[in-house]
Design a binder for this molecule. Structure first.
Ligand code: AHG
Length: 280
C-alpha cells in the first residue's frame, strides 16, 4: 500500500496549494447528496482522481463528490472511497478542513476496510495513516516527516456535539448536558477532520453526530467519513458506534449511505451505549 500512501501525500501537497490560492466560490453543480459543490470540492476531486489514475494497485475509486464508482486498473487490488475536501465551506472563514480516505479490498463495505488515511489542512498540514497502528506525519519543507504514534486514553476531556440541537432526541440532549456538567469542554468547529484530530491528539473525548428528527440516519457518510474514522479510532484504542453497535458492523446498501455516529475514547463511548440502550 506504500504507493497509495505516497499518492495521498502528493494529493495533500497539491490540495494545500489549491486551498491557499484557489477560488472559494460556489460552482453550478450539486453532488450526489444534493449539496451545492464549491469550486474547491470539484478541483480537489480532480486532483485526487488524476493522481490515483497513475497508481496501478488501485482497482476503483468512489468520491463523495461523484455519483458512481470509477474503475481505474483492472488488475489493481485496492478500492478507495474518499471525501476530497471535507468541511470545504469553512475555507472562506479560514478554518481547518481535511481529506479522508478509506482503503478497501474486494468491496466497499466496512468489513473490507483495511486502512484509513486523513489529512488535516490547518496552520500546518498533517497526515494520519491507520493500519495496525495510527501514525501521524507533518509536511515539513515539502516532505511528510513522521511525528508520533497516536493512542487514546481511556477517558478524555473534550465534547464535540454535532447537528442541530433542536432536532436532537430529549435523551440525547440530556446525555450531552450531563457530559458538560461533568466538566467536559466544548470543541466543535463544524469540520469533522480537525474536530476528530483534536480528540485523537488531546487523548480522548467524544464526537457525536446523532440521528435527529430532520435526519434520522445522521448526516455523515459511511464510506467516505464514518468508516475511515471508525478504523482510526479503533486502532488508536477507542471506539466508534452508531449508538447501539460498532459502526464497522453496519452493512452498506448504497455508496452514499449515512449513519448516526459517535467516536471517542472508551469511557465516553460506553456511556453513550448505556444511555442509548436505556432509550431503545
Ligand atoms: P460539509 O463538508 O458539507 O461542510 O460538512 C461537513 C461535515 C463534517 O465535517 C462536520 O462534522 C459536519 O458536517 C458538521 O455538520 P453540522 O454543522 O450539522 O454540525
Amino acid at each position: 500500500m506504500t504507493e497509495i500512501f505516497d499518492a495521498i501525500k502528493q494529493t495533500a501537497i497539491e490540495i494545500k496549494e489549491l486551498i491557499v490560492n484557489g477560488d472559494t466560490g460556489k460552482s453550478e453543480q450539486e453532488n450526489a447528496t444534493g449539496d451545492t459543490q464549491l469550486k474547491l470540492d470539484i478541483q480537489s476531486d480532480l486532483i485526487i482522481e488524476k493522481i490515483f489514475a497513475n497508481v496501478p494497485s488501485i482497482k476503483a475509486i468512489v468520491s463523495e463528490e461523484q455519483e458512481a464508482i470509477v474503475n481505474l486498473h483492472e488488475k489493481g487490488k485496492y478500492l478507495i472511497a474518499y471525501d476530497p475536501l471535507d468541511g470545504s465551506s469553512l475555507v472562506d472563514v479560514n478554518l481547518s478542513v481535511g481529506s479522508i480516505f478509506g482503503i478497501y479490498e474486494n468491496d466497499f463495505t466496512a468489513d473490507n476496510l483495511i486502512a484509513s488515511v486523513y489529512v488535516v489542512f490547518g496552520p500546518r498540514v498533517e497526515l494520519v495513516i491507520a493500519t495496525e497502528e495510527v501514525k501521524m506525519y507533518r509536511l515539513l519543507k515539502g516532505k511528510f516527516e513522521f511525528i508520533q504514534t497516536i493512542a487514546l486514553n481511556e477517558k478524555g476531556k473534550l465534547n464535540a456535539p454535532g447537528s442541530t440541537q433542536n432536532c436532537w432526541a430529549p435523551f440525547h440532549k440530556q446525555l450531552i448536558d450531563d457530559i458538560f456538567n461533568d466538566g467536559y469542554r466544548l470543541r466543535y468547529s463544524g469540520g469533522m477532520v480537525p474536530d476528530l484530530h483534536q480528540i485523537l491528539l488531546k487523548g480522548g473525548g467524544l464526537f457525536s453526530y446523532p440521528g435527529t428528527s430532520d435526519r434520522p440516519k445522521g448526516k455523515l457518510r459511511q464510506l467516505f467519513e464514518v468508516f475511515p474514522f471508525a478504523f482510526v479510532f479503533e486502532k488508536a484504542g477507542g471506539q466508534a458506534i452508531d449508538g447501539k453497535q460498532r459502526v464497522l458492523n453496519i452493512p452498506t446498501t448504497h455508496i452514499h449511505d449515512t449513519t448516526p455516529c459517535f467516536f471517542g475514547s472508551n469511557e465516553e463511548i460506553n456511556r453513550v451505549l448505556k444511555v442509548y440502550k436505556e432509550n431503545e
